[in-house]
Design a protein around this ligand. Structure first.
Ligand SMILES: [Zn+2]
Length: 450
């Protein structure tokens, strides 16, 4: 049993507690309350969290971990220009690159308060090793909860798509590999550390047949569906030209709206699109830093929330949002909404909810994750908000969301310490960053030799 004491608790669901305790039994939260009621049982591991803010662990719902190896390229490009510049480099990646990039990306996420991350891996060049297994191994070593999505592309340039034919796969092999990934790795149990989603890449790189078959496969297997949607106006134009309809209409036609679906970005939505998301329980992953970097636009998040559509956050791949942290995405989301709609558009606590419960809903895990409540998993972050700079901020949740990330005193995943005093504890602290730098060098070498 672990007892965290003297901590300001922002549970996301339920009232905040200024000075409280959290008791953890096994991998679950057993109880929490004000310090006056702390059980203080002998023989317990006690963590004195004086000066800290406890929040649920942050949930990242969109990423491309392999992109750690291609940061800082195509710096001033639109999405389509950026993709065309990078596809050829990504075609050279192998399992070693993916392992190193995933170690660095996930280590970086853990250090910014993230306890659960999804990943969308959609390029599988032939003969380059088991890329999907490589990223899963990185997540297991670090001890983060992981939701890898088996991505895919089957619509190369010769079929009217954006990617070169060298990075796309055949429909049948995609479906077989995706089914195998689910059968091999997906664990649907409560407290699962690993769940697999089905994730064809985007309307401009995937055929209608693959979208339809992927949805059928996911529903047969009882796993979730994910793809990019309505990210840029170029994509909207592509859909109007190629399919005669806007992106959300197209996905609706293919059976892709529902409680088991979450889309990355969803920037360019009409009022009707938002209403359909709300009515069908379709979620989205808001990725403000990436949208800013690529000049994609500002998603209508505060309107979506007001109308009952679920929104979580995503850092997106590091090649379109270099070194973006989960804690930083809360701030970026808040600033984007306020810049667009005014200061009442999104509060600090709503931003925290996007990063926690909103993400848990995207992944179908709102009964296990996303808030600090008895019975939920003990995934939580302790932020040190009494440091020389943050101590002057009147409200600890404001300090976390409005400012730069405060030091991370502790990160627990299922009650297990992954980060302590700002350092990784499950793996050698410096090893993940070094692995990421080596992955970059290796990929650049491999790409130059192609
Ligand atoms: Zn993405």
């Amino acid at each position: 049993m672990t007892l965290i004491e003297n901590v300001h608790i922002a549970p996301v669901i339920g009232p905040e507690i200024e000075s409280g305790y959290i008791r953890i039994e096994g991998d679950r939260i057993a109880e929490l309350g004000p310090m006056a009621q702390s059980p203080g049982a002998p023989g317990t591991t006690r963590i004195d969290a004086t000066g800290c803010l406890a929040t649920p662990g942050l949930v990242n719902t969109h990423h491309h971990l392999y992109q750690w190896a291609t940061q800082g390229l195509a710096q001033d490009a639109t999405l389509f220009e950026w993709l065309v510049a990078l596809y050829e480099v990504w075609a050279a990646m192998d399992a070693e690159v993916v392992k190193g990039a995933a170690s660095a990306g996930l280590g970086h996420l853990a250090l910014s308060g993230c306890t659960t991350s999804s990943d969308h891996h959609y390029i599988f060049p032939k003969g380059r090793g088991d890329l999907f297994a490589a990223e899963i191994e990185a997540a297991r070593e670090l001890g983060l909860r992981f939701h890898p999505a088996r991505g895919s592309m089957d619509r190369g340039q010769s079929a009217g798509g954006l990617p070169p034919d060298v990075v796309v796969e055949e429909l049948d092999e995609i479906l077989a590999a995706t089914a195998e990934a689910v059968d091999t790795y997906h664990d649907p149990s409560f407290s699962s550390m690993l769940r697999v989603a089905v994730a064809p890449c985007s309307p401009f790189s995937v055929s209608a047949d693959l979208m339809t078959e992927a949805a059928r496969l996911a529903r047969d297997k009882g796993v979730r569906l994910h793809t990019h949607l309505a990210e840029t106006l170029d994509e909207q134009e592509h859909c109007l030209e190629q399919f005669g309809m806007r992106p959300v209409d197209y996905m609706d036609k293919l059976g892709w709206l529902g409680q088991d679906v979450w889309f990355a970005h969803a920037v360019h939505l009409s009022d009707g699109d938002i209403a359909r998301f709300a009515a069908t329980g379709t979620g989205s992953a808001h990725c403000p830093s990436s949208n800013g970097r690529l000049g994609a636009g500002i998603a209508r998040v505060s309107e979506m929330l007001r109308r009952g559509a679920n929104v979580g956050l995503g850092v997106d791949g590091s090649a379109s949002s270099e070194l973006t942290t989960m804690a930083g995405e809360m701030r970026q989301a808040l600033l984007f909404q306020r810049a667009r709609y005014g200061p009442k558009a999104l509060s600090a606590r709503q931003a925290l909810e996007l990063a926690t419960l909103g993400g848990a809903r995207n992944l179908g895990r709102q009964d296990e994750l996303g808030s600090l409540e008895p019975g939920k998993l003990a995934d939580l972050a302790l932020w040190r908000v009494d440091g020389p700079f943050t101590a002057a901020v009147d409200d600890p949740v404001c300090a976390l969301v409005f400012g730069p990330q405060p030091p991370l005193a502790r990160l627990l995943v299922g009650g297990r310490t992954v980060v302590e005093d700002g350092e990784l504890r499950t793996v050698a602290h410096d090893a993940t960053g070094r692995a990421g730098a080596e992955a970059h060098r290796r990929l650049m070498r491999l790409a130059a030799a192609r």
